[in-house]
Design a binder for this molecule. Sequence first.
Ligand code: AMP
Length: 113
Amino acid sequence: MTSCIFCQIVAGTAKAEIVYQDELVTAFRDIHPAAPIHLLIVPNRHIESVNFVGAEEEATAGRLFGVARQLAAERGIASDGYRLVVNTNHHGGQTVFHLHLHLLGGRSLRAMG
Ligand code: AMP
């Protein structure tokens, strides 16, 4: 989807600090980090939200978690812990309508709500 900022980042036509990319998913730094480590992991294919994750998306959905685990381990936050967040639609606080997994860590997030 050419108007979608995350599709543009995946395609390389919009700037982002990409930290991981494979045939299914891309991970990059959030421009407004809410924690010392704040990465977004997104499917390469445009999926609007969790509401549009069908059975055919199972491999991609699994990969989002696998890459989150890998990035957390590489950044040394796996044992201290981290938070994975997926906001969905208005009540969930979703602002970019391309499915994304927030990976937050590097400090205690217990006070974050
Ligand atoms: P959400 O509120 O769950 O939809 O999260 C959207 C996230 O995308 C926010 O944390 C934004 O800071 C982040 N974001 C929006 N535009 C960009 C961008 N161009 N590059 C990196 N992160 C972005």
